[in-house]
Design a protein around this ligand. Structure first.
Ligand SMILES: Cc1ncc(COP(=O)(O)O)c(C=O)c1O
Length: 376
């Protein structure tokens, strides 16, 4: 008799999901839960967005899937829609299915474009779980027996050791899993200069910071520093798997065509979902609303157990006072019907809600925080 169980990858929350709608879950026992975690930055427009649903249904009718050997209007449409919002420059884009894949391809392109063998990454970083993405992540328990290239790990904020052996410097412009840690003023500019001096490519992992989350389309624009290549995933598909790798045309020209490839990457359904997200992100006032709600959430500083707020837009870390842990606050909020997130810093509660969050949702959260009581 066979048996099959799920591999225990995740410690599951005590929630029995019935359905998810916009910024809310409805549980099997009739509770309504405000989702301030957004499926780890995925649900750009909340759950069950009607426009994405319609676009997917229409695309399925028109062409559900075909080989990448055939060009298709859905991919051309997305290229045209994304281009105006990109950081200034001439770019090429490669489509895959996840953040880790997008980073693997980014690193592969940088190593091949430079012909060098070393990548600089940062302590605290998280870039995914596949071999190359894990190699440049700060793994507490290294998951792979060997790294596929030389990795030089620098403390966050350091610009040392970026020399002529370095193909690329990869970083999250805001380190999310580490604790929503902002770059110190000038750090990204200094990295840009160090890369220009050494001939290394500056690579941004915009899996979390991209797609409007900071109130600008990309972190490049938020911080005013342009990378040579960047990746995104999560929010770009709003729940439909999609990873994108962007590299400047001048660097792409140094790499043979056909170096990257994927069966599903760039498939029509993912293109249709991403297209719908782009349409919403460029609607007048959409990104202003992200900034506005982010600013309202900054008012959590000093409320209940929250000492201070870090991060930007709708990628925020709430620093919890030392007498309590973020986990205790997360659990207490969940008991009140609000889902928030944790990270590697036990004192930081992470928020990455849908970009459709509104002022009423923020007030509900601030009221709940105010009411929290913890025994010393
Ligand atoms: C910054 C960052 N990069 C890469 C990844 C990996 O993305 P995926 O899980 O889609 O492979 C994640 C996932 O959490 C992430 O937060």
């Amino acid at each position: 008799m066979n048996s099959l169980q799920e591999y225990p990858a995740y410690k599951r929350l005590p929630l029995q999901l019935r359905e998810a709608d916009g910024n809310y879950f409805h549980t099997a026992d009739g509770k309504r839960v405000l989702d301030l975690y957004g499926g780890h930055c995925v649900n750009t427009l909340g759950a069950g967005d009607v426009g994405i649903g319609r676009a997917l249904a229409a695309q399925w009718q028109e062409c559900s899937f075909t080989t990448n050997l055939i060009d298709m209007p859905a991919r051309q449409d997305l290229l045209h829609a994304l281009a105006p919002g990109l950081p200034p420059g001439s770019w090429q884009m490669f489509c895959s299915n996840s953040g880790a894949e997008a980073n693997e391809n980014l690193l592969k392109l940088a190593l091949n474009a430079t012909g060098r063998d070393t990548v600089v990454a940062f302590e605290g970083a998280f870039h995914g779980r596949t071999a190359a993405a894990a190699a440049v992540s700060d793994q507490k328990n290294p998951a792979w027996p060997a790294t596929p290239f030389n990795v030089r790990k620098l403390p966050w904020g350091s610009t040392s050791l970026i020399d002529s052996s370095v193909a690329a410097v990869i970083l999250e412009p805001i380190q999310s899993l580490a604790g929503v840690i902002m770059p110190a003023p000038g750090f990204l500019n200094d990295l840009r200069e160090a890369c220009d001096r050494s001939g290394a490519l500056l690579l941004f992992d915009e899996v979390q910071t991209g797609n409007g989350r900071l109130g600008e389309m990309w972190a490049s624009q938020f911080f005013g520093v342009i990378a040579d290549g960047f990746s995104t995933a999560k929010g770009i598909g709003g729940g439909f798997p999609l990873g994108l790798t962007f590299i400047t045309e001048s660097h792409a020209a140094k790499v043979p065509a056909g170096l990257c490839g994927s069966t599903f990457g760039g498939g029509p359904m993912a293109m249709a979902a991403a297209m719908q997200i782009q349409k919403r992100l460029v609607e007048p006032g959409f990104l202003d609303q992200v900034k506005k709600c982010g600013a309202l959430l900054q008012a959590a500083a000093g409320v209940g157990p929250v000492e201070s707020v870090q991060g930007a837009g709708l990628l925020l870390g709430l620093k919890i006072s030392p007498s309590t842990t973020a986990r205790q606050v997360r659990d207490a909020l969940l008991a009140q019907g609000i889902l928030t997130g944790l990270c590697n810093d036990p004192q930081i509660l992470r928020l990455s809600p849908a970009l459709t969050l509104n002022a009423a949702d923020v007030s509900q959260f601030l009221d709940a925080l105010t009411s929290l009581q913890f025994c010393e």
